[in-house]
Structure formats: C-alpha cells, structure tokens
Ligand binder design. Structure first.
Ligand code: NMX
Ligand code: MLT
Length: 439
C-alpha cells in the first residue's frame, strides 16, 4: 500500500500531465475581460489563480473537492462517539482529492502526533514577547522561530533538484501542521491561564488534543473544535491568507515563511480578525444597553449607530459570497443542538434577523449576509473560551490545513513565481487619452 506522500505524488504527476495537455490545446483561449475599475477595486472578479483544494460559489458557498459542508459532515470519518468530521480527513481530501478511509485518517493523526515536537527555542521566542502582545503576533513569531526546522531550507542549500521541491515542502507542511496546536495552546495558557501549560495527550486526534492542551475537556467542546478546524480550513485560493501564503511560497520561501506571511494577512480585521471583532462588538452593545439579550429594536439602533460612526458591522459581508455563509449555518446548527438557550448565541441569531435588511438598505453593500466570523465566537464563549483576542489563532491553526495543502500542490505542479503587472494612474490617463496603446 502506497504511503499518503506517494499517493499525493502520483496524483500530482497525473494532474501535471493533464495541465500540460490542457495548456497545449487551450492555453490561448480567453477566460474573461478586465475592466479598469477592477484593478482599483481589489481585483474583484478577476480569475487569476488556480487552487485545487476548494472552490467557492457565490450563491452556494464553499465546496472542498466538490463536497459541501453538510456532505463532509456525513462523509468524513469521525472520532469515536463523535458526530463532527475529523479535519485530518479534510486535509487528506484536499491533498489527494478523494475521500479518506478511517485508516487514512488514522495514518494522518499518527503522523501528526509523531511530528509534533516543538523545540524549546520556539517557546523561548514566545516568552521574549511581552504577554500583552496580541496572540496573533505571538503566533506568527512562533511560526518564524520554527523555521529553523525547515527541511526545504536545508535541502535547498545542499542543492535540491527542482523535481524534488515538493517532497521537502510536503514534509515541512506536515511538521508545521503537527506543531501548530501545541504552539497555539502554549500562547493561550501563557497569556490567559497563568502559564499553567498542559502536556499533549498522544491518544487523542489532532483537534481533540488541541482542545485538551487549551484546557477544555468537555466532549462537546472537542466536537466543536473538530467542526471549527474543518470549516475554517480553506476558502478557495484568492482570500488574503491563502493568496499570501501562495504568493510568498512562489518565491520558494519555505512553508514556515509562507504560512507566517499568510497568518499576518489573517490577522487583519477585514479578514480573520473579524471573529474577535464580532464578540467585542456584541459585548460593547450589551454593556451600552445594560442587557444580556438585546431586543431586535435595540440591535437595530446599535447597528445604525455603528454605521453612522463609519465602521463596518463585523461578521457581515463578503468579497465573493452572495448569501448566508454555509459555515455560519453549520455553526448555527451546532448551536441549536448543543446550546439552544445560550443568551450570547441567541444574540448572534437575533443580530442575523436584523442586520441584512439594514445593510441592504444602504444600497452599496454587495452581500448583506453573515460570514463565518459572525458565529464562531459565541460558541467558544459558551464553553468558557472567552478571551476573544485569541480567536484568530484558532482560525489560523485551521487555515494552515488548506494553505499548506495548496503549497504542496504549488511545488508539485512546479508553479512559477507570481508576478502580475501593475500600472500607474499616469499611465492609465495616457491610455484613456489614446497616447498609450495598452495597459
Ligand atoms: N458593514 C458595513 N459596510 C459594509 C459591510 C459591513 N459588514 N460590508 C461591506 N460594506 C461596505 C464596504 O465597506 C464598502 O463601502 P465603501 O464603498 O464606502 O468603501 C461597500 O459596502 C461595498 O463593499 P463590498 O463590495 O460589499 O465588500 P468588499 O468585497 O469590498 O469587502 C468585506 C468584503 C468582507 C471586507 C466587507 O464586507 C467587510 O468589511 N465586512 C466586515 C468585516 C468582516 O466580517 N470580515 C470577515 C470576512 C470573512 N473572513 O473571515 O475573512
Ligand atoms: C475566508 O474564509 O478566507 C474568508 O471568508 C474570506 C474570503 O474568502 O475572501
């Protein structure tokens, strides 16, 4: 039986040959036109990347290798007595392109356990930062400190054949994913739990062990972590964290440098940091109103105030999606099953009843519906994970699965350095005047 690494290589060789044929025959076909406005507006709607692991449909939401979230919840292997998918299975699916067996998932869990040792200097690097530093700052610093372990860097400096890049990147990706929960849990316990660290439990799955090291032993919290780590893993290739990881990796920066770059993007409030902003915003609303569960009328007034102050309503809107994010819906289902009467979770549901109509009424917001970040924090608070500045680290641990599976594909397909053309407005003006033929 071939190893997962060998299976990945076989799949990559197959696709590489197919892409070669596709490009030979169809390489000069046009796939679209670019309007001037698009290059000033975040390249929205320009297809410019290939990412094999998932595809986002504006109306339907994300599909991972063709499978929607409800399908993954049915088809991916689960923990013993669990109902939620194991993210190990999603990683296998993204990497290999086929649903895993229970054995495949066990192989990944075991591989990540074997590879999970974090060297002491990484903890020292975290300790060198003031405790007050944001958890995402500590997380990125720790990923950078881990870069000493890069197999790609060592092999490249010894003189690595291009054909073998993929293998060193695969090993780095596996090691990095294996180590992130320990690093993230260390940051959490250091900052919020008096440095009382918890040793890993080698008998648990990747998310179960992460929950354990964070200090949460409740079985349903472990289930939440499995769901959370699955649904946040990937959102096709153009989102800031995925695109950045891919871009930096295209310079042959190793997976540690590439992931750290992607995580810096995730730490922005319009991207992954929105999950902390949502809970902060709800707490501020509750404090101002002096109630635990505001009425719809109170929420409406607060939303309007937020907008009047020139702020965005966190957790709402999306650059691609044009409906309620199925990741929001999956979390809502979890909430209905495990905590239907929780006041904060009910506040999130009430906000959902109010915000879309208000955003629609502005006439400029392209997607008035909630995204993944509108819901996640309230579920975490329910179990006692109340320190919302930490939430984006959880997102980051999950996102590593998608962006690192992609990096393996990038190197296996031999994708080149990414370098789009840019222009100046002076050139645009000349082009408008007809003095320049093309942009
Ligand atoms: N609240 C208020 N205004 C909004 C919102 C919102 N939630 N969403 C979009 N707008 C505004 C946006 O600021 C822009 O205004 P202006 O023309 O004055 O600059 C206008 O509506 C048009 O923006 P869109 O084309 O609808 O959105 P865009 O694709 O540029 O941005 C987001 C997408 C997600 C950055 C944006 O919807 C937003 O800022 N949402 C709140 C932050 C958030 O929840 N981010 C998390 C995204 C998911 N994730 O995890 O990464
Ligand atoms: C994501 O999960 O990356 C976000 O929804 C943002 C995006 O897709 O642009």
């Amino acid at each position: 039986m071939a190893t997962i690494k060998e299976r990945f290589k076989a799949k990559a060789d197959e696709l590489s040959a197919e892409i070669k044929d596709i490009l030979k025959e169809h390489g000069n076909k046009k796939i679209g036109e670019v309007m001037l406005s698009q290059i000033y507006q975040g390249m929205r709607g320009i297809t410019g990347l290939v990412s094999e692991t998932s595809l986002l449909d504006a109306r339907e939401g994300i599909r991972f290798r063709g499978f929607s979230i409800p399908e993954l919840q049915k088809k991916l292997p689960k923990a013993a007595n669990g109902n939620e998918p194991l993210p190990e299975g999603l990683f296998y699916l993204m990497l290999i392109g086929e649903l895993p067996t229970e054995n495949d998932v066990n192989d990944i869990t075991n591989a990540w356990q074997r590879r999970s040792h974090v060297p002491n200097h990484v903890f020292d690097a975290i300790e060198a930062l003031p405790k007050s530093s944001h958890p995402m700052t500590q997380f990125v610093a720790a990923i950078m400190a881990l870069q000493t372990e890069s197999i790609f860097v060592r092999k490249y400096s010894e003189g690595l054949n291009k054909k073998d890049y993929w293998e060193a990147v695969y090993d780095d990706a596996m090691n990095l994913i294996a180590r992130l929960p320990r690093v993230a849990a260390y940051i959490y316990r250091r900052k919020y739990k008096d440095e009382k660290h918890i040793q890993p439990d080698g008998l648990l799955d990747w998310s179960g062990n992460f929950a354990h090291m964070l200090g949460f032993e409740d079985d349903s919290f472990k289930e939440l972590m499995r769901l959370y780590m699955t649904i946040h893993a990937d959102h096709e290739g153009g989102n800031v964290s995925a695109h950045t990881t891919h871009l930096v990796g295209s310079a042959l920066s190793d997976p540690y440098l590439s992931l750290a770059a992607g995580m810096n993007g995730l730490a922005g409030p319009l991207h992954g940091l929105a999950n902390q902003e949502v809970i902060k915003w709800i707490y501020e609303m509750r404090d101002e109103l002096g109630v635990e569960l505001p009425t719809k009328a109170q929420i409406e007034r607060y939303v309007k105030k937020t907008l009047k102050e020139g702020k965005v309503v966190p957790g709402y809107g999306h650059a691609v999606l044009r409906k309620t994010d199925p990741r929001f819906s999956a979390q809502m289902e979890f909430g209905k099953k495990h905590m239907p009467n929780d006041p904060l979770v009910n506040t999130v549901w009430r906000v959902y009843e109010v915000v879309p109509e208000i955003l629609k009424s502005l006439g400029k917001v392209k997607n008035p519906w909630p995204n993944v970040d509108a819901h996640s924090g309230a579920l975490l608070v329910h179990y006692g994970l109340v320190e919302y500045e930490f939430y984006t680290v959880l997102f980051g641990v999950s996102r590593s699965l998608g962006v690192l599976a992609n990096l393996c594909w990038d190197r296996a397909l031999g994708l080149p350095i990414e370098r789009p053309k840019s222009v100046t407005t002076a050139l645009v003006k000349k082009w408008i005047e007809g003095k320049e033929k093309k942009l």
